[in-house]
Design a protein around this ligand. Sequence first.
Ligand SMILES: Cc1cc2nc3c(=O)[nH]c(=O)nc-3n(C[C@H](O)[C@H](O)[C@H](O)COP(=O)(O)OP(=O)(O)OC[C@H]3O[C@@H](n4cnc5c(N)ncnc54)[C@H](O)[C@@H]3O)c2cc1C
Ligand code: SF4
Length: 339
Amino acid sequence: MRPFTYARAADPAAAVRAVAGDPAASYLAGGTNLLDLVREGVARPDAVVDVSRLELAQIVTIAAGPRAGGLSIGALATNTDTANHPLVRARYPLVSQAILSGASGQIRNMATNGGNLNQRTRCPYFYDVALPCNKRAPGSGCGARDGVNRTHAVFGWSEQCVATYPGDMAVALAALDAEVRVRTPNGIEREVPIAEFHRLPGDAPERDTTLAHGELVTAVELPPDDFAAHSYYLKVRERPSYAFALVSVAAALVLDGGRVAAARVALGGVAHKPWRAPEAEAALVGREATDDNFRAAGEVAMRGARPLAGNGFKVPLGVRAVARALRGAADGGARPPGW
Ligand SMILES: Cc1cc2nc3c(=O)[nH]c(=O)nc-3n(C[C@H](O)[C@H](O)[C@H](O)COP(=O)(O)OP(=O)(O)OC[C@H]3O[C@@H](n4cnc5c(N)ncnc54)[C@H](O)[C@@H]3O)c2cc1C
Ligand code: SF4
């Protein structure tokens, strides 16, 4: 491991000053992704600024403003505390379910929400410094484009990078139209809709998000919504634990009698960012909540997919996963025990 300096930030302003002022500095939160990348020689910070003890772990109802009545979830709350928080469980069970489908209990105890949003792809070429990878070493080529690309993107990829964003929580946040609060180096806070937080690779795959260097995620805000009774996170993976999604689906519905009054569908494991499916949502509104209509929505969601040589299976898998997630949502599946 290369040596680096370590400092614990006293407050968010000091943290942002320290990282923004040094192009080779990096935030350290739970460390569950960053330290792995440093050990592998993929990340090479000269300085890490520990933000894990900043007072940014509160989970509270938003009192005023456009999302009054919604929920603010601190960036430094752990994944465990977030998923198990009574307000999250009761009002946003989709978020609880998505988080609990990720990693392991031990990792979730360390992992923070800000770190989860900023975790890097699990493309194996990215992790192996002996292999070409435009994300790790811009200009070196993309080993996965014509290599082993079973787990890679079917939407939104470029010739420079076909990686997927690996997180689960952000897929639920995308379905729920969350906003990410970000502290900037000039001391103000800006809000980024979750749909604009992660980016497609284009010709700059080394950038995963639209954050500028030094910007610190301080919270995620969820609008008040009506989806708690009918939401479901389905994660399809190769084994029951410790596996990233081949395809995942966050589905949320408002039902009026047997009809769909509102629908949200977002997919994970299919693109460089959580992939919202607005046309599938539109196709559902006003229809009966039947398996046939859910299957048709799945077909719409996967329309336009461009599979690679190794991942054509993700297209029919995506269709079935969307249909199953919608069925789960209609049946009230994300409600945790005791809800
Ligand atoms: C074996 C294993 C299995 C896993 N499985 C899953 C899974 O199935 N689903 C899933 O979603 N995740 C999974 N993960 C990933 C895990 O959830 C992430 O590693 C974790 O959420 C990262 O959080 P952290 O606080 O440890 O981040 P760190 O490792 O501390 O940081 C990660 C990145 O985020 C940056 N960062 C951290 N906080 C902030 C902030 N507030 N603002 C701006 N930048 C910040 C850091 O600089 C770094 O670049 C798995 C991890 C492991 C090791
Ligand atoms: S898909 Fe992206 S992360 Fe994977 S090798 Fe290609 S450039 Fe690197």
